[in-house]
Design a protein around this ligand. Structure first.
Ligand SMILES: [Zn+2]
Length: 220
C-alpha cells in the first residue's frame, strides 16, 4: 500500500521518510537509523492518511535525531577515511603523502644504513654503498664488490622483517652463498629470522600492492 506524503513533510526531513506497513504493529512507531534515514512503522489497520500528520507533528523530534545520528555517522566515516589515508611504515601507520614512494625511499636509506652499519661492525666487514631500489623478484642483494641494495617496499613491513633482510645481505659480505655457515650466522645476527622469512613469504602481495596507484599495481 502506497502512502502519499505531502510536500511539507518531505521538506522537514533531509531524506524522504520510509513508511513500512506492518500487520503486527498495534501502534505507529517512528525511528531514525544510523545514517539519518527516517522510518515510520504504520499499523495496517490504521488510516494511512494520518501518517502525514504524525510525521508533521514530530518534525522537530525527527530533525533532532537526524542531526545527532548524522553527526555520529560523519565521525565514523572520518575515522575510516583517516585510516584509508595512512600507510604502513615499519609496523606503524603514518599519514599518506603526495609521494608515498619518496617517503619510503627516504626511510629505507636511513634504516638500512643504520642496521648495515651495526651488522657490519658485528661481523668486522665493510660494505661500499647502499642503494635503494624496487626489484621485482628480490628484497635485497649483495654484489661481489660489496655494494648492498634493498627494496624500499621493505619499509611497509614490520621492523624485524626489514632488519632480517639487512642482516641477510650483510651476511653475504662474509659468506657469498646460502651455506649452513651462512645460516648459522643469521641465527646469530637475527635469531628470529625464520619468522621474518615466513612473513615475507605470506605478505609479498601486501608489499607489492600500492593503493595510491590507480590500479594498485607497481608499473615501474
Ligand atoms: Zn641471500
Amino acid at each position: 500500500m502506497a502512502i502519499k506524503l505531502n510536500q511539507r513533510v518531505l521538506e522537514c526531513a533531509m531524506q524522504k521518510p520510509r513508511i513500512r506497513i506492518s500487520t503486527r504493529a498495534r501502534r505507529w512507531r517512528l525511528s531514525v537509523d544510523a545514517q539519518g534515514g527516517v522510518e515510520l512503522c504504520w499499523p495496517a489497520g490504521l488510516n494511512p492518511a494520518l501518517a502525514d500528520e504524525v510525521l508533521w507533528a514530530h518534525r522537530a523530534w525527527i530533525a533532532r535525531h537526524q542531526r545527532r545520528q548524522c553527526a555520529h555517522f560523519e565521525q565514523v566515516r572520518a575515522a575510516y577515511d583517516a585510516r584509508l589515508r595512512q600507510l604502513p611504515l615499519l609496523g606503524e601507520w603514518v599519514a599518506l603523502t603526495d609521494r608515498p614512494e619518496a617517503l619510503y625511499r627516504h626511510h629505507a636509506q636511513l634504516f638500512f644504513a643504520q642496521w648495515c652499519d651495526r651488522f657490519c661492525q658485528q661481523l668486522q666487514v665493510r660494505y661500499r654503498r647502499i642503494t635503494i631500489r624496487d626489484p621485482k623478484t628480490r628484497w635485497g642483494s649483495c654484489s661481489v664488490r660489496g655494494n648492498l641494495s634493498f627494496s624500499w617496499r621493505l619499509m611497509k613491513a614490520p621492523v624485524f622483517v626489514a632488519r632480517y633482510v639487512a642482516a641477510h645481505e650483510c651476511g653475504h659480505l662474509v659468506h657469498p652463498n646460502h651455506s649452513s655457515r651462512f645460516w648459522a650466522l643469521m641465527a646469530e645476527l637475527t635469531p628470529d629470522y625464520p619468522r621474518a622469512q615466513q612473513w615475507l613469504k605470506e605478505q609479498a602481495a601486501f608489499l607489492h600492492y600500492d593503493p595510491w596507484r590507480d590500479d594498485g599495481r607497481d608499473d615501474g
